[in-house]
Write a protein that binds this ligand. Structure first.
Ligand code: SAH
Ligand code: SF4
Length: 415
């Protein structure tokens, strides 16, 4: 039996695509192996959103060159956002790679009709379901629209059928994915919205939880917020990247909202969904960002108190508007310092938020076992560990929170 190995870096969309590739390979008789030395097929799923992700992927790829030399029969394939339209150029630069295929496309040696219907590998309790591919936004710093193309929504009925099948196989939680889930459906004749999709999915037997990400502050609707608040299976967790706290920077980033709009939206979410977990992405050191403008991001984090903030230093991406029109003029030292400032601030904020859960009862969906302890997440996306001899896999469990930290909670079972 041939063996396959998939190496993945990057966003949830990449993880979702790797899970689907794995399922297709297994359907074709391949077995998964952890050690590349045992593999007959290696797939590298790349990310280019920042330079360091790109460097890691290319470094990984270079590592496979001697392997291919020693075993020419091994198949090496590269996918993800590193693969651009100029495949010929990539083939010339990396002759030891057998196949390049773009993010989200079917591997060229497999049947295309199977790819569009591929489900993630195995019945995991929680999995990702892409609902809209690509992005139409062209934020000045971002390479994603250049690599993943324009928005394309999947038909609502196709998603509902897929989630029904996943639930039948034992999936209890789905996370609906898109670069901007608020755009879902605008390119379909019936114009379904995310709120309609959530309503349909909420009725699926055997499915316990529904998450969705990423929301765009310029597009998130009141109807969506109210629908998410009302539907019992929709987790009270919203991923709403602010990117910066200064209006000048938001404008230069071409984000399409002001910081006042953003704060207003957060108030509305908190009014409709009390105790909602809030997640944001922030970029520090975008071209021209002054110390005073950075301080406005510090203020945003201090005021809003997000549960999670994904922090990144601006990384110039070839071909983007920012690279074409602006100089990368914030020094690496200033970027690093701003990053550390926010990391420290956010660690303090989340320490405080999580400490408030001490002694409270939380509900988690058990996703697995690590070092002898069960783990799962709350609806607000807090990771919780607990010990118990019974099998809790895929079950909703109530826990009393005994210990908290910025990264995870420890609980005991509460029958
Ligand atoms: N569609 C999502 C996320 C896309 S990329 C959104 O609109 O938020 C994921 C995150 O990577 C972004 O939110 C942004 O914070 C970060 N990012 C994207 N391009 C970047 C760049 N050139 N430098 C640093 N961070 C970047
Ligand atoms: Fe990139 Fe902006 Fe699209 Fe997100 S919305 S993928 S940040 S261009």
């Amino acid at each position: 039996m041939p063996n396959y190995h998939i190496w993945t870096i990057g966003c949830q969309m990449n993880k979702a695509e790797s899970e689907r590739l794995a399922a297709l390979f297994e359907e074709n008789g391949y077995l998964s192996v952890d050690d590349v030395a045992d593999a007959d097929l290696i797939v590298i799923n790349t990310c280019v959103v920042r330079q360091n992700a790109e460097d890691r992927a290319v470094h990984k790829l270079q590592n496979f060159k001697p392997l291919k030399k020693a075993r020419p029969d091994i198949l090496i394939a590269v996918t993800g956002c590193w693969v651009d339209s100029n495949v010929e150029k990539l083939k010339t630069a990396y002759p030891f790679v057998d196949y390049f295929f773009k993010a989200g496309e079917c591997p060229p040696w497999l049947d295309k009709s199977r790819w569009s219907q591929a489900l993630p590998k195995q019945p995991e309790p929680a999995t990702y379901v892409p609902i809209i591919h690509g992005c139409n936004n062209f934020c000045a710093y971002c390479v994603v629209p250049y690599r993943r193309g324009r928005e394309k929504s999947r038909p609502l009925s196709e998603i509902v059928c897929e989630v029904k099948e996943l639930a039948r196989r034992g999936t209890r939680e789905v996370t609906l994915l898109g670069q901007n889930v608020d755009s879902y459906g605008h390119d379909i004749p019936e114009k379904p919205e995310l709120a309609d999709l959530l309503t349909e999915l909420n009725g699926i037997d055997g499915l316990y939880r529904i998450r969705f990400l990423t929301n765009h502050p310029k597009d998130m609707s009141r109807r969506l917020i109210q629908t998410a608040a009302r539907l019992e299976k929709v987790c009270k967790n919203i991923t709403l990247p602010a990117q910066a706290g200064s209006n000048e920077i938001l404008q230069a980033m071409r984000r399409g909202y002001t910081i006042e709009d953003y704060r207003q939206l957060v108030s509305e979410i908190r009014r409709e969904i009390p105790d909602a977990g809030l997640v944001s992405d922030i970029i520090v050191g975008f071209p021209s960002e002054t110390e005073a403008q950075f301080e406005q991001t510090v203020k945003l984090l201090t005021d809003i108190k997000f549960d999670t903030v994904h922090l990144a230093a601006y990384s110039p991406r070839p071909g983007t508007i920012a690279v074409r029109e602006m100089a990368d003029d914030v020094s690496p030292e200033d970027k690093k310092r701003r990053l550390t400032t926010l990391e420290t601030l956010q660690a303090n904020i989340v320490t405080e938020i999580n400490a408030q859960l001490q002694g409270k009862i939380v509900e988690i969906l058990v996703e697995g076992k690590q070092k002898g302890k069960w783990f799962g997440r709350t609806g607000t996306d807090k990771l919780v560990f607990f010990s118990d001899s019974a099998n809790h896999m895929g079950k909703l469990v109530h826990l009393m929170v005994e210990k908290t930290s910025p990264w995870s909670l420890q609980g005991t079972i509460n029958y």
